[in-house]
Design a protein around this ligand. Sequence first.
Ligand SMILES: Cc1cc2nc3c(=O)[nH]c(=O)nc-3n(C[C@H](O)[C@H](O)[C@H](O)COP(=O)(O)OP(=O)(O)OC[C@H]3O[C@@H](n4cnc5c(N)ncnc54)[C@H](O)[C@@H]3O)c2cc1C
Length: 455
Amino acid sequence: MKIAVVGAGWAGLAAAFEAHLHGHRVTVYESGHRLGGRARSVFSPKLNSELDNGQHILLAAYTRTLDLMRRLGLDTEKLLYPMPLTIASADGNFSLRVPEGIGPLAVPSALLLARGMSTLDKLRLVASMAALASKKWSIAPNVDTHCDHHAGQPAIQGPTVAQWLQHGKQSQRMVRYFWEPLCLAALNTPIDRACAQLFANVLRDSLGAGPEACRVLIPRVDLSTLWPEHLPPEISIARGHTVRQIVHGDAVHVDQDTFDAVIIATNAPSAGRLLEGLPSVSGADAYIQQIQAFQSLPIATLTLDLTKIWDMPEPMLMLTDSPDRAQFGQWLFHCNTFLSTPLGTSRVNVVISHARDLSRWTVRQIVEGVITQIKDQTSRYAPMPSVRAFELITEKRATFAAVPGLQRPKNTTPWKNVFVAGDWTDTDYPAVLEGAVRSGISAARQLSQGWSCDN
Ligand SMILES: Cc1cc2nc3c(=O)[nH]c(=O)nc-3n(C[C@H](O)[C@H](O)[C@H](O)COP(=O)(O)OP(=O)(O)OC[C@H]3O[C@@H](n4cnc5c(N)ncnc54)[C@H](O)[C@@H]3O)c2cc1C
């Protein structure tokens, strides 16, 4: 069977590889010249260096991604820098580290031994996690029968993370120093808008799954080299080719080429545009409306190249942001501790999730604000050397807003032999790499099953 995949992000490439393993002939179309989509490398002329389109981390719970890398013959141990899940503020005032090697006691002991929380805070945190686990990580939804715009069905409106935290009587300090940063890092959506159930799913597969599953894995090479550039040569890849039109009939025409089926693995807005051009069939309008309902939120990453090596041993530290002073940093990564290629000097990445407020400031103000912030908050380490050069990358459509009531489409569409894949499909995860990979694999499997049933 001849298959087209539109989009070479992690979802599209996972779909292409899976379809190839099922014996199909696969062509991937990608607008850009780098593979990996949002999780790709980009060249920075300012730093004269390859950078990622934003610092990414994986978790050991990303089982499908790790399995895919191994099936491509890649050594995940060499390519990923492992560290125990550690939420430690740069200023040393807060720290929670999940110890390894003590089995199921690891997470409760991490919570109880955490620094910077009162005993009452710890007990409430343990109680909230235990209550969630006892309900199989399910948060009771409220059915909003007034909301009937999704294909005539009532939307399931669960609580926001803020409402769930209030219910669990979490203190302001815990919200500020633990829950807010964790929710922003996982969902890129602030707690007063974020869907508690999606957050619970992340907790289930990280803190709730034991110390091994919640181990953090930081790429030691750039994101395109990590695995996207390693697909088998039999998979044909058309780089720099933006698909403008898909025509659906007995066969599927992607621009000028003809295929038996197509997997649209673009972001949600592009998928919506391509599907709008298909002939009207039953359920098409509701399906497209579902896809158009996604809102995007930005993430920015500020990379600083320093004039000297910084003697700062931590790979990843939490920063406390103060957006009113242009101190936007939320996480600080010291790249020299994990990158496999020596850089000659120190490089740090500063992650700014939900980066909507940045537009009110000049780049200079942002860079100066973040440098001051790092210097102030890392004063217990050796002083950070001065900055030689910087790059600020803002990905406007980094993730979808993970809000309650979002109806996420399945991989199958109302059109026969047209499938979709991407982190925005119904994966049970927020917009993350593992969701994208799972979605791609699932789309290719459903396509193959449908084809073998029909023939
Ligand atoms: C800055 C940043 C930090 C992040 N941090 C993390 C993290 O730490 N951990 C984590 O798990 N996730 C993280 N994410 C989320 C993660 O990157 C995404 O969930 C994932 O990359 C989405 O993959 P995808 O394949 O679904 O979509 P995409 O990566 O968006 O891929 C879609 C591809 O389709 C192509 N395309 C679009 N339209 C067309 C067309 N018409 N024709 C041809 N090609 C087309 C695009 O060019 C793109 O390459 C982060 C994202 C960003 C931006």
